[in-house]
Unconditional design. Structure first.
Length: 197
């Protein structure tokens, strides 16, 4: 999060925990989700995951987002999952209905990718793969295009899911100012409002 101009380090740590709590709460309300995995090297994330009955995978020494997602994805595949969905924790406007809609799109196809871009169409704010190892993770520059191009090479069905709630991530001060104006009672947004106003 590039929110240092807005929040000091303690506020950013607090916000990060609240974002994870909101994300896990939203996922737990989605009827299409059977298991929730959190991968992190942060002991606070482990505690929050336990509170929400999520499976916690310890990420050794911040190995990078692509490696972390791959570890979690492999874990799910080995556990017998027929699909996985990757959701970062900085999407506080996302609701469980968004998650269920993405999962429902995938039900019709045995080989598919469902992706929700960021508002700038350069990131992958949600990524559903069926099967889990359909493509590798490409959370680098322009991951939205990279994931779609990789899926095209497999011949998979591709669906772009557009939701203004899910497309709005919390990366910049401008993002924060937009998000606090949205009608939500997510604890992370309430906290952010208290810091901005």
């Amino acid at each position: 999060m590039r929110l240092a101009p807005l929040l000091d380090i303690r506020d950013r740590v607090r916000l990060s925990g609240l974002l994870l709590e909101c994300t896990l709460s939203t996922l737990s309300k989605a009827t299409a989700i059977s298991k929730i995995i959190v991968i992190s090297s942060d002991v606070r994330a482990k505690r929050i995951a336990k509170m929400h009955a999520a499976i916690f995978l310890d990420e050794d020494n911040n190995i990078g987002v692509n490696n972390a997602v791959t570890i979690a994805n492999n874990y799910c595949s080995e556990a017998g999952a027929d699909a996985t969905i990757v959701l970062p924790q900085d999407l506080p406007l996302t609701v469980s209905e968004d998650i269920d809609m993405i999962c429902n799109y995938a039900k019709e196809h045995h080989k598919c990718l469902v992706i929700c871009p960021s508002a700038r169409y350069d990131g992958s704010n949600a990524l559903l793969r069926r099967p889990p190892k359909l493509i590798e993770s490409h959370y680098d520059n322009n991951s939205f295009d990279m994931h779609i191009n990789a899926a095209r090479k497999t011949g998979a069905e591709i669906k772009v899911f557009l939701s203004h709630r899910m497309m709005r991530d919390l990366d910049t001060v401008e993002d924060a100012k937009y998000i606090v104006k949205e009608p939500t009672m997510c604890k992370s947004v309430i906290y952010l409002r208290s810091k901005i106003q």
